[in-house]
Design a protein around this ligand. Structure first.
Ligand SMILES: NC(=O)c1ccc[n+]([C@@H]2O[C@H](COP(=O)([O-])OP(=O)(O)OC[C@H]3O[C@@H](n4cnc5c(N)ncnc54)[C@H](O)[C@@H]3O)[C@@H](O)[C@H]2O)c1
Length: 241
């Protein structure tokens, strides 16, 4: 009989989390760590909370290609192999089309390409955090919408190019999650109500709501899934009128 016991396990998987000091990335990093994964955070911002734990931190501005190459070289020298990459880096800047594209699309492309090349020997799993903005238009932030729409298809493009190396790429699309990024609108009662009225489960999500889906996409349980979009949005995208 086959052993189905550990199909959801991420134990001993070496996992790079970009944006791992952010609202979503920090929770995912902790959760992967608690489930036995070896977490390495790449972020441009230090977060003291992580320095105390057994989670590695490399300060790295992912807009700098040289910095990416040097950091990944160091990580591979130390850990030998990277099994998983979770891209939780991101910005939302209503005032600059270019900044959104530079971070959410180009920086994610560069880190993903570099790590994917290193995963060719034994395969791996890459999870890109997209958004409802990868499916729908939202006003006043065309750069963010375009960056997430582009990221959605970047994932599918990578999935084709690296399938022969057994590297899987999937998108995880959160709905409205309570973090620094969404705080301003959340604190505005009118804006908050507008969003909650549109969500079938009737609440904002928490970063914790993303843990199960991320562990699933990292683990063998999802071994025949690649190029997919998994939305964790309280039903937002399922709703018509
Ligand atoms: N919060 C939400 O409701 C929500 C919804 C859908 C999608 N998302 C996406 O989830 C991801 C995480 O969002 P969050 O809410 O945790 O945001 P956040 O602002 O709390 O975290 C983003 C992290 O990315 C890091 N970062 C930004 N630019 C960087 C760079 N050039 N180099 C290295 N690190 C950089 C920041 O330092 C920060 O730690 C983003 O891609 C965001 O677009 C968030």
């Amino acid at each position: 009989m086959k052993n189905y016991k550990n199909i959801f396990s991420v134990k001993n998987k070496v996992c790079v989390v970009t944006g791992g000091c952010g609202g979503i990335g920090s929770v995912l990093s902790e959760a992967i760590h608690h489930n036995g994964g070896k977490v390495i955070i790449l972020d441009k911002m230090k977060n003291a909370k992580f320095l105390k734990k057994k989670i590695a931190f490399y300060e790295c501005d992912l807009q700098n290609e040289n910095s990416i190459k040097e950091t990944i070289k160091k990580i591979i020298k130390k850990y030998k192999y990277i099994n998983c990459l979770v891209n939780a880096i991101g910005i939302s800047n209503e005032n600059s089309f270019k900044d959104n594209i530079n971070v959410n699309l180009i920086a994610v492309y560069n880190i993903t390409k570099t790590i994917s090349e290193s995963m060719k020997k034994k395969g791996g799993s890459v999870i890109n955090i997209t958004s409802l903005n990868a499916e729908l238009g939202f006003s006043n932030n065309p750069g963010y919408v375009s960056s997430k729409g582009g990221l959605k298809l970047l994932t599918k493009s990578f999935c084709l190019d690296y399938a022969k190396y057994k590297i899987r790429f999937n998108n995880l699309g959160p709905g409205y999650i309570k973090t620094k990024m969404t705080r301003k609108k959340y604190l505005n009662l009118k804006e908050r109500k507008k969003r909650i009225d549109r969500i079938p489960l009737g609440r904002y999500g928490n970063p914790d709501d993303l843990i199960g889906p991320v562990l699933f996409l990292m683990a063998d349980a999802s071994s025949y899934m690649t190029g997919q979009d998994l939305y964790v949005d309280g039903g937002f995208l399922a709703k018509g009128i």
